[in-house]
Structures are given as C-alpha cells and as structure tokens.
Design a protein around this ligand. Structure first.
Ligand SMILES: *Cc1c(COP(=O)(O)O)cnc(C)c1O
Length: 466
C-alpha cells in the first residue's frame, strides 16, 4: 500500500514514512493510493468470534502489510487494546428502538483518542527502533489529546514528549492531572502562561523552524496522522458487523466531531465495504461543518467556547480528506480549493460534486442548552450519565435519524468523569472516576511553568531532551 498527498505534489510514501511524517510536504494529508476491500468473512464467523482485536488486525492489515511483519503487528494491536478496562474494548450499549451507544472511553485516559493513540505509540516505537532513531514529540493540547498522547508514549526510549497546555484553569483539573501525574522520565508537561492558541502557535513555529526541527528530530501526534484515522476505522466495521445481521442491512452512525478525523474514519469504513446507511455529523455551536453539509459552502468564523471543549474547532483539518474524494482525487483541485478557502475565508463546492454527500451525510449543530437537557434526560430516563460530547451526538441522532428500521450507533467519545462540572450541573450527580484513576487527586504533579515565549520553550526542549 502506497500513500499519496491530498494535494498531489508530495512524494508517494509507504506506511512507515507516512507514520512519522504526519503532514505531507505540500501541506496536504496522506491517504491510501486506493481503497482495499474488506471481506466480512475474514472477521466474524460466529458471534463468539467477534473479538475486537481480531477484527482490528484484519481491517488494518492491508494498510500496513508492506511495512510490517504480520505477527509483530498482531502483537502490537493485542497489546494496545489490553490497556482498555473493558473485555469488549468498545462495548455497545442498547438504548432501545435500535439505537446503540458505543462506549469508546474505556482506555487509560477516558476519551476515544486512546483507541488510536495506544496503537500509534506502539507503531512509533517499533518503527523508530527499527531505524535506530529518536523522535522529539511536541504537541499542544486543549485537554484530551495531551493525556492520550502521554499515556501512549510514556516510558518509550525512542520518544521524548513535550506537551504544552494553557495555564490559568483553561484545562480542567481532571485533564491537567491526567497529564502532570504521569511518572515517566520521557514525559514533560509545560504549563504555558497563555491560551491554547498561544500553545498551538508555538508548536507550529517550532515545526516551521527548519534548523530546530532537524536538530531535535521533531515529530507530531495530531489527528492529521493517517495512522490515527486507520485505527478508528476498526470500530465502525466492528459495530456494523455486529448490528447489520445476516442480510447486511445498513447501520448508521452519529459522531461528535471536531477535527473530522473520527467521522472521516467512518467514511473509510464505508469505502472498504462496511454497510453504512447514514452519517450524522454532530457539532456544538461551532457550526462550520453543519454549514458545509447543508449547502457545500464553508465560511471561517471565530471559535466559541462550549460545554464540549474538545470540539471547539472552526477549521476541521481532516475534512480535506473528504474534499479530496469529492473532487475525484484531483490533487491540484484540492490544493486550489484549500488555498482559496484560506485566502478569502469562504468557499462553495459545485453542486454536482456535492450532491453525493446529501444522500449519506447530515449534520446538526447542538447548543449548550440542548446539550445539558440531553444529559439530564438520559439520566432521568435511563439512569445513565453521559459526557457533554456524547450528549451532542445523542441530540443530533434524535434530531436527524432518517430510517428508524436501521440500527443507529451514537459514539460515546468521553467518560462522564472527564467533564464532571457539566454533568453535575445537568443532573445534580457528580460522576466518579473509574477505579484506575480514583487516586488521581492524591498523586504528585510534575510540570514546568513557562512564559508564552518561543525561545524560552525551545531552549527548555533542547536542554531537557539531553
Ligand atoms: C477529540 C474529541 C472529539 C472530536 O474528535 P475529532 O476526531 O477531532 O472529530 C470528540 N469528543 C471528544 C471527547 C474528544 O476528545
């Protein structure tokens, strides 16, 4: 399997290079040169055989086969999902009327990002060890990505990890402690005297600084990395296989969305052959995607804070991978489309290109009041606590479900205890941390406070990595 850039002007690479490269040199994102076909018979013969790990190995194998030994890969997948605190890894919970919740939050840091990053950390380790290289990972986080990346990379000799997060209470105490209490020599938390945007700007500046990038061998773990998308394809195939039944009836998905990585993985699952009926793109008040799926037009607005902070995003970077498909995989056209969007702040897709989208995709923007009301109602009706991101997905499902005879899956992307304030405000109940984190508030924290100053942060990275 070779990978091409969505903008068509970067070198074609194999999986190992795509894993370490992140962004392509032409500014595009890597996608497979063509889509493999998944054979349902390869995974589940009987219900008893439907182990998540087995499905994961089968679904991902065509994407990595040229770069890895099958036994090595199978061992990494099994090891990655052994860190999950549930036998089924991503259990499906029946909500009635053919609506299911898929709980993606049983990993070490209580958000769905663990599903991809637990595997990506192991893939990094394997590839870097093979090459005899060391990588310095620098990332900015507004909460969930930082802790998921830290847990995935901790104690790996070939990785040195620096996570920048905004100080002054801008990440929740649970989120901060999930990063700062990790006791591993290769993990370094930097509390920046600034906002998330300040953190992200410094990370971008470090990547743009060619000399620095080479000196420390800089790497990224953000959601534009193809390997993260690939790992997320698995649970769509897995759920579709369980719920489709022998007739292969289509299954629909509602996905709480920020950077569009998770929902693009659903599109990949459909392209490789999973029976998917409808995609529901669930956003909070930051509604650029709701506009796009309404009429094919995108307009840049400003990011507004909401109860679901991990989805407070305006420009969803992974949407470029869908645009690439809609424009017939014409890299030049994608580059032009993205450049125009950047330059003038809005762009519309031609209707003949856009029309296939309206059959499959629908989108809703859920405000904070509806999010709270949804959390309250699911607690009152079913005794279930859901986090605000999951609630956005549930509200969008309830609003947009087209065919009640088709099974529908809403993705639960975070554990309620990760966002206790919003859950308590809506239900009066404080969601407790699961057993592996009950002592989170007693563990010592390790962090370095630094000013919002690039030279200071770079000097810190240089001297700390040794
Ligand atoms: C990151 C995140 C999302 C958004 O996922 P994308 O892949 O960026 O669309 C949704 N919910 C939670 C809890 C998250 O951490």
């Amino acid at each position: 399997m070779r990978y091409v850039s969505t903008r068509g002007a970067a070198p074609t690479l194999g999986f190992g290079d795509v894993l370490l490269a992140g962004l392509a040199t032409d500014g595009g994102l890597y996608v497979p040169e063509d889509w493999p076909t998944w054979d349902p018979a390869s995974t589940a013969a009987t219900a008893a055989d439907r182990r998540y790990v087995d499905v994961a190995i089968e679904v991902m194998w065509p994407f990595v086969a040229d770069a890895l030994d099958r036994d090595d890969f199978a061992a990494m997948v099994a090891d990655a999902y052994s860190t999950f605190h549930h036998d089924e890894v991503v259990p499906l919970v029946d909500l009635g009327a053919g609506h299911h919740l898929m709980e993606l939050f049983h990993g070490p840091t209580l958000a769905f990002k663990d599903v991809a990053l637990q595997l990506v950390g192991r893939l990094f380790d394997h590839e870097l060890t093979r090459r005899g290289e060391r990588l310095t990972i620098v990332g900015a986080t507004s909460g969930d990505t930082g802790s998921a990346a830290i847990e995935a990379c901790r104690d790996r000799d070939c990785l040195e990890v620096f996570i920048l997060y905004p100080g002054g209470g801008r990440v929740s105490e649970v989120q901060r402690r999930q990063m700062t209490t990790v006791d591993a020599a290769n993990i370094h938390c930097i509390e920046v005297d600034g906002t998330f945007d300040d953190c992200q700007d410094m990370v971008k500046a470090m990547f743009a600084d060619e000399a620095f990038r080479t000196e420390v061998n800089l790497g990224a773990v953000n959601s534009i990395n193809w390997a993260r998308v690939m790992a997320q394809v698995v649970y769509y195939v897995y759920a579709a296989q369980i719920l489709a039944g022998p007739g292969g009836r289509p299954v629909s998905f509602s996905v709480p969305t920020g950077n569009f990585g998770n929902v693009f993985a659903a599109e990949v699952a459909r392209r490789i052959g999973a029976p998917i009926g409808q995609f529901i793109v669930a956003s909070n008040r930051n509604d650029i995607l709701t506009q796009f799926f309404g009429d094919g037009a995108m307009r840049i607005g400003s990011v507004e804070p909401s109860l679901s902070p991990s989805m407070d995003i305006q420009v969803s970077s992974n949407l470029e991978r869908l645009i690439h498909e809609l424009l017939g995989r014409d890299g030049e056209a994608v580059a032009e489309f993205m450049a125009k969007f950047r330059d003038v702040g809005h762009i519309a897709m031609e209707s003949d290109r856009f029309s296939p989208v309206t059959e499959l995709w629908s989108a809703a923007s859920i405000d904070d009041a509806t999010t709270s009301a949804t959390i309250a109602r699911h607690h009152a009706d079913g005794g279930r606590l859901v986090d605000p991101h999951t609630a956005v997905g549930l509200a969008a499902s309830e609003r947009l479900r087209r065919d009640p005879t088709q099974p529908l899956v809403t993705l639960a992307t975070a554990h309620p205890a990760k966002f206790p304030a919003a859950v308590k405000a809506a239900t009066g109940v404080h969601p407790g941390l699961p057993p592996h984190l009950v002592d989170l508030f007693d563990r010592p924290e390790r962090l370095t406070p630094l000013p919002d100053d690039l030279a200071t942060v770079q000097a810190h990275v240089r001297s700390t990595r040794g």
